[in-house]
Ligand binder design. Structure first.
Ligand SMILES: Cc1ncc(C[n+]2csc(CCOP(=O)(O)OP(=O)(O)O)c2C)c(N)n1
Ligand SMILES: [Mg+2]
Length: 313
């Protein structure tokens, strides 16, 4: 590694220290593991991780081994955020709240669906932690079942492609916006292709009083039926095609951190065509997805720069 590279990393504050270390059993090319690794890298040493059931929990803690060099606790889907609320309260009692980062990880199944009640309650109560949803758009650990995060028309084992049904019939739940509507001060999206952006957002989230939320795009080569070397490139295409917009919502105001003009956007087809979960799509279905992606992006453009969400704290 050249000195120039080292200098750039140091200037931008990217550390070499690992807290989610190698030797875990994530599949080759797992985007979710990349996100987890960088989030805890950005967080720093005084961090506690609460992690729901899912791929990341399973691959990183096969008893008696662990890939974690910082305190880590496993929560069920339903009580992940409740455990974090308890740790938040305990840290306050101990007078250690300000010096400790509390990170909560959940997959999309955990966050969009099963653990949403506990997350919503904790946000409403004003508990302080940074929740990171690693979204690989299905229940991957149990064999690729659809979740509230699975995109429209994607093939999963419970939204299969047949004559009557052509993949998932429902659109993806707009979770970051639903979370922002709780009135918390910081919500952001990130991908592992935009590392400095990811690091900056994690640091901002952790500095936020009360709850904060990060939605992380997490490629799954197994469930998405892609090659195992595409996680970073596909994350980049997701942003460029406006499938996964990069933004922050600070104090209720949305700002794009990378705005993609319609004329310069990559066609959504470029994003879909490298993934086997979309290989059944007919041209009119691709067009439907394109229209849908544009509509969702237009909505974000409409609320950009405005106080679109009340902040309660
Ligand atoms: C209440 C409950 N229902 C179902 C399961 C079985 N289960 C274990 S892991 C998993 C999938 C988790 O999906 P997600 O949260 O998206 O994480 P991923 O594995 O995709 O990273 C499921 C359904 C469980 N452990 N608890
Ligand atoms: Mg998942």
């Amino acid at each position: 590694m050249g000195a120039g590279c080292l200098t750039e990393r140091m200037i931008k504050g990217l550390s070499y220290e690992e807290r989610f270390v190698s030797g875990h059993r994530a599949c080759a090319g797992c985007g979710e593991a990349l996100v987890v690794r960088h989030v805890v890298k950005a967080a720093g040493p005084n961090s506690i991780v609460v992690m729901a059931t899912g791929c990341m929990e399973v691959v990183s803690t096969p008893y008696p081994e662990t890939s974690w060099t910082i305190p880590w606790i496993h929560g069920a889907f339903e009580n992940n955020s409740a455990i974090a609320s308890g740790i938040d309260a305990a840290l306050r009692m101990q007078g250690k709240r300000d010096e400790t980062n509390l990170l909560v990880f959940g997959g999309d199944g955990s966050t969009f669906d099963i653990g949403f009640g506990a997350l919503s309650g904790a946000l409403e109560r004003g508990n302080k932690f940074t929740y990171i949803c690693t979204d690989n758009e299905a229940y991957m650990n149990t064999g690729v079942q659809r979740s509230g995060a699975t995109p429209f028309l994607a093939n999963t084992t419970t939204s299969p492609v047949g004559k009557a049904v052509h993949g998932k019939q429902e659109p993806k739940k707009p979770l970051p916006l639903i979370v922002a509507a709780h009135g918390i001060k910081y919500v952001a999206t990130c991908t592992p292709a935009n590392l400095y952006d990811l690091h900056k957002k994690v640091k901002k989230a952790l500095a936020t009083p009360y709850g904060s939320f990060i939605h992380a795009f997490s490629v799954c080569p197994v469930g998405w039926h892609t090659k195992s070397d595409v996680a970073v490139e596909l994350s980049r295409i997701a942003v460029q095609s406006r499938v996964f917009p990069l933004y922050e919502i600070e104090d209720g105001v949305l700002t794009f951190t990378q705005k993609i003009e319609k004329e310069k956007a990559t066609p959504v087809l470029d994003y879909l065509k490298v993934q086997g979960r979309f290989k059944h799509l007919k041209p009119d279905e691709v067009e439907k997805i394109q229209v849908y992606v544009d509509k969702r992006y237009d909505f974000l453009l409409e609320i950009e720069g405005k106080k679109a969400f009340d902040t309660l704290f």
